[in-house]
Design a binder for this molecule. Structure first.
Ligand code: ADP
Ligand code: ADP
Ligand code: ZN
Length: 214
């Protein structure tokens, strides 16, 4: 399975990614996670990316494409992968097409998770993430059994610094202007699968599996 998860910030991409990678046994490639890891480790890439992420802007295409290209060359991507949060611009999509062509592989589907903008802000603001395993929770919609503690690994939950109202609103605008044209891009190529994202988490997961069965 070679898949892309598309959708605005807070749509549920990361949440569904946890399910999809388990179900299909493929690696999860989240460009946001890669940047956050680099920020935590204090790398040069992390320092450059942080200035854009803090404002809710996109990191320049030139920085992103190379990272993804390198990651896709790793052995665990041979049988498939799940791209989450990439591509986010038409330039990135075109570059990805070139990389896949070089690799001699094609995408199975682009999963487009649809959620209305009013709901996205509260989803992102209530999001909490495990520092240890990366699992995603929501303080109201999907709370952990014990506050602040990961159900899966006992790790500490934290809030992303860009999950504050103003930055989230900017990220949604950036999505509308720069990323949403990719819906049409993949529709034209016959890859798009629309998923109704305003349902319970497990119903969304079921819809994804059914859609991929075709
Ligand atoms: P994305 O990766 O698209 O930004 P996440 O998967 O991190 O989105 O989800 C954003 C927030 O919304 C998280 O707090 C998550 O627990 C919650 N969430 C995800 N899917 C749903 C859903 N179907 N219904 C309600 N809340 C959800
Ligand atoms: P979300 O899905 O909640 O918007 P991500 O973790 O995917 O969050 O992305 C967080 C931030 O990382 C983005 O706001 C952007 O600054 C940066 N980023 C992640 N992926 C990309 C990408 N493909 N292109 C440019 N910037 C990216
Ligand atoms: Zn955890």
């Amino acid at each position: 399975m070679r898949l892309i998860l598309l959708g605005p910030p807070g749509a549920g991409k990361g949440t569904q990614a946890e399910f999809i990678i388990e179900k299909y046994g493929i690696p999860h490639i989240s460009t946001g996670d890669i940047f956050r890891k680099n920020i935590k480790e204090g790398t040069a890439l992390g320092t450059r990316a942080k200035s854009f992420m803090d404002k809710g802007e996109l990191v320049p295409d030139s920085l992103v494409v190379e990272i993804v290209e390198d990651r896709l060359k790793e052995a665990d991507c041979k049988e498939g992968f799940l791209l989450d949060g990439f591509p986010r611009t038409e330039v990135q999509a075109l570059e990805l097409d070139k990389v896949l062509e070089k690799m001699g592989v094609d995408l199975n589907a682009v999963i487009n998770i649809k959620v209305n903008p009013e709901i996205l802000v509260s989803r992102a603001i209530g999001r909490r993430i495990c520092r240890t395993c990366g699992a995603t929770y929501h303080v109201v919609n999907n709370p952990p059994k014990s506050e602040g503690v990961c159900d899966k690994c006992g790790g500490e939950l934290y809030q992303r610094s860009d999950d504050v109202e103003e930055t989230v609103k900017n990220r949604i605008n950036v999505y509308v202007n720069e990323t949403s044209p990719l819906i049409h891009y993949y529709e034209k190529r016959g890859k798009l699968v629309d998923i109704e994202g305003e349902q319970d988490i497990d119903v969304v997961s079921e819809d994804i599996v059914n859609a991929l069965r075709g």
